[in-house]
Design a binder for this molecule. Structure first.
Ligand SMILES: Nc1ncnc2c1ncn2[C@@H]1O[C@H](COP(=O)(O)OP(=O)(O)OP(=O)(O)O)[C@@H](O)[C@H]1O
Ligand SMILES: O=C(O)[C@H](O)[C@@H](O)[C@H](O)[C@H](O)CO
Length: 180
């Protein structure tokens, strides 16, 4: 599949949660997809409280109780997309644990998929260390990876290898979404 941004890519309406540890490329991919899908898009990080942002900026990992109010906002956004926007929406959210992911899907009857981004550790570390102007320090990467619970077979998802150049990754994602 070769793509230009004017192409009208046909993907069946669904809710997408672009997920994975800090620095895996959630925002980068979501913005890339936005050129092809005219769907509501929400950066999950912008739902974090000032307390959470401050904590992460200081190199302290979030706890479950820090995360639940944030996950509630993420869930409310997805639910609104399901009910008011024809079941279309793209959210970036680390969604590290199974319990968080179950909560994000809760009560949503529209098609829903996690887009799980995979990057080898050395590439991830290199990218996060090079990234500028972001509150999340590279020092939190290890706790992010420790908290991550791999997706299970009963969780609807696709997997994307983010080690490839962005154009390849966007094409791969759109192809996988077209096959759902
Ligand atoms: N396929 C890619 N090729 C090269 N660089 C990439 C690719 N994907 C992401 N990056 C770079 O990796 C860094 C991390 O990406 P990004 O900020 O999108 O991750 P994120 O998962 O949204 O992070 P966070 O959860 O911490 O906000 C950025 O500097 C981005 O430009
Ligand atoms: O669950 C968490 O620990 C946090 O949500 C982080 O993953 C950040 O939101 C994000 O990755 C910012 O860099």
């Amino acid at each position: 599949m070769s793509l230009s941004t004017n192409d009208n890519v046909q993907i069946r309406p669904c809710l997408l949660v672009i997920m994975g540890v800090s620095g895996c490329g959630k925002t980068t991919l979501a913005k890339g997809l936005d050129q092809y899908l005219d769907w509501p898009f929400q950066e999950g990080d912008s739902f974090h409280s000032q307390h959470n942002i401050q904590k992460m900026s200081e190199g302290k990992p979030l706890t479950d109780s820090d995360r639940w109010p944030w996950l509630e906002k993420c869930h409310a956004w997805l639910k609104a997309c399901a009910e008011e926007h024809g079941g279309k929406g793209v959210l970036t959210c680390s969604a590290l644990k199974r319990s968080y992911r179950d909560f994000l899907r809760k009560g949503i009857r529209k098609p829903f998929y996690f887009v799980n981004l995979k990057v080898p550790y050395d590439v991830l570390l290199q990218r996060i260390e090079k990234r500028e102007g972001h509150f999340m320090p590279a020092s939190l990467l290890d706790t992010q990876l420790k908290s991550f619970e791999p997706l299970q077979v009963d969780e609807p998802h696709i997997e994307i290898d983010m080690s490839h150049p962005l154009e390849t990754v966007i094409r791969d994602t759109l192809m996988k979404l077209q096959q759902l």
